[in-house]
Ligand binder design. Sequence first.
Ligand code: GLC
Length: 752
Amino acid sequence: MHPHVSQLTLEEKAGLLSGGSFWKTRAVDRLGIPSMVLTDGPHGVRYQREDSDHLGLFDSEPATSFPTASATGSSWDPELVEEMGRALGAESRAIGVNILLGPGVNMKRSPLCGRNFEYFGEDPLLAGVLGSAWVRGIQSQGVGASVKHYAANNQETDRMRVSAEVDERTLREIYLPAFERIVCETQPATIMCSYNKVNGVYASQNRWLLSDTLRGDWGFEGYVVSDWGAVVDPVAAVAAGLDLAMPGAGESVPESIVEAVRSGNLDEASVDTAVSNILTVHDRLLADRPAVTPDHAANHALARRIATESSVLLTNEGSILPLEAGQGGNIAVIGEFARTPRYQGAGSSHIKPTRLDDALSAIRAMSDREIGFAAGFSFDGADDSTLRAEAVELASRSEVVVLFLGLSDAEESEGFDRKNLLLPETQRLLVADVVAANPNVIVVLSNGGVVTLDGIAGVVPAVLEMWLGGQASGSAAAEILFGAAEPGGRLAETIPLALSHNPAHVNWPGSDGIVRYGEGVYIGYRWYDATDREVAFPFGYGLSYTRFEYSDLAVRVADRTVAQATVQVTIENTGARAGSDVVQVYVGDVESTVDRPARELKGFVKVHLEPGERRTVTIDLDDRAFAFWRQGSWVVEPGAFTIEVGSHSRSLPLREVIELEVPTPVIVPDRDSTVAEWADHPSGMKALREVLSHFGPAAEAMVGEETLQMVGSMPLRTMLTFAAQAAPETVDLDEIIESLLSEVQQAGPVPA
Ligand code: GLC
């Protein structure tokens, strides 16, 4: 317990559990406890000196606007994300921010989620590895992270009330692992609980989430801060394991806590624990460190490098890209986004950039060719026919067209979800008309959530997805277009052929305050693989300006009775220029007693290779690479597992099958188990037959070999009730069940 706890009055302690103002915690001057500053956001520091808000509406101090997570998620590069975290940490410290509210690691359950631009992707391993990198980076600078939004905050619709109804296996395997990995690998200063309910209980007062799982299972040592305004019942929140309710909302929260302790409705020990959690983290953050002056020019260059490394080249027919920067006919740059970049999302993460590169100026600066411009469309969606005609005229007299399209803040944002995956109609009309005038079109996209590419991919020769690529995305686009940098991104989210194909479709966004995760673990590529669904572009996909070949896959299992493997593969750059690729390893459980996805990403590494360079990479798979969640623990079943390796989830040319001879995990029966489940347990059936032998032959016959099939699906209690009819005297069924349970629980999950 923190030493200050015993020196604080109950009122002071209760005060420390809620903010002193919108962005600050309370101070206790007499004990030298300072107020601490928490503020957004995941890809830039939003520090507000004047008016404060949680939607990015009011002004904030200039800070580097780095690529959003929709981009960094596509980088598949933890080292690069960690470098971004370090830069964010330096900028935070320099401006007096103690905790930066990020990273956002919620899964992209549906492409319609308005806030997908802030999240890494549809796979928990990728999000966890990149989230850990972000936290390591920022905390290396003495600034705390706040991993958000814990948990199952996968939509904006009704986000402050909706109950996400998710079975535990799906939570453990899909929606929690990114949080788990980050906690276990980095010990983040804080975790931010989400607004929504999880299985009927608000996250802010959900003991299973905040205490049993976060601290009990994962050993979290920091503190839990609420999302802004997420605490509904402050007393229930503290009792469940929430430590800090933000923002400050006057004295109502402290007063209710004091009153609850005084009236015996809240154990003061819970208050002490929360205060201790908060002060312990703050002491660590206040540890002396040299002052830091961020290098905004270097951070801008870093933002540009991240943007190029995160851009995904979807098509490049005829290798139309990269373009010649020097000689060549004129280039038509069309699209308002080339002049007015969309580089970040709307809402709490929205910041004021230190500078902003637009693609048009950057293209002109990088090329000696004649560069024409036409807006092509307006953001207000009024009658764009004149703008379109001007664009078509320019395209018709140009050698090549670079068409900048995307989504605006009106189409996607924190606070609301999208209704479809389409680009605005005015842009779709523009594409058709421009292509009719000049087929040599390169489309560059700026969007946080995926868009369907009907009428674009396969129609124009090249499509470059740049997501919301930060303040330097304009110059990053020019570098990629002219080949000064290669597009290093790979999809962190499937681009479906149609909205109706996505796994959440029939359970989105829920109704009457409930959203059911009916697809279970089948999120993203897990769903498209399970349903044999064609997709526009698969998870992990992306083109390079060079080519790679994979060979010599070797999977080594040191001990078949232990679920571990080492994967080695050789990758070669067979093209004429340097480039990077992401080696991806997917694992599939060939035969299992539960339904499992055909393959799941269980390892990856990004490699940068010179032309002709070959490299053998090694990726270790631990037991969790093979495990699924069942009845309170991770289990690995013996049998065959596929190990598939390649450059994306639908191109896995190398494959090996390994056999694991791990002990068969046996379910320890409980009082709701069926007779068949008792029969599956090595000592369960023996104990049951022993009991029934006292009921006489009729009872024993109920579990004979020939009748076991019939009674197998009967819950134990039901079968015993029938069997007891034959007993010579009345029996105490509860007593019998208790003795059976203690017998098998002593035996434990005995391997076959
Ligand atoms: C917002 C967001 C959260 C943000 C907080 C403070 O509502 O959900 O991500 O950090 O409030 O702005």
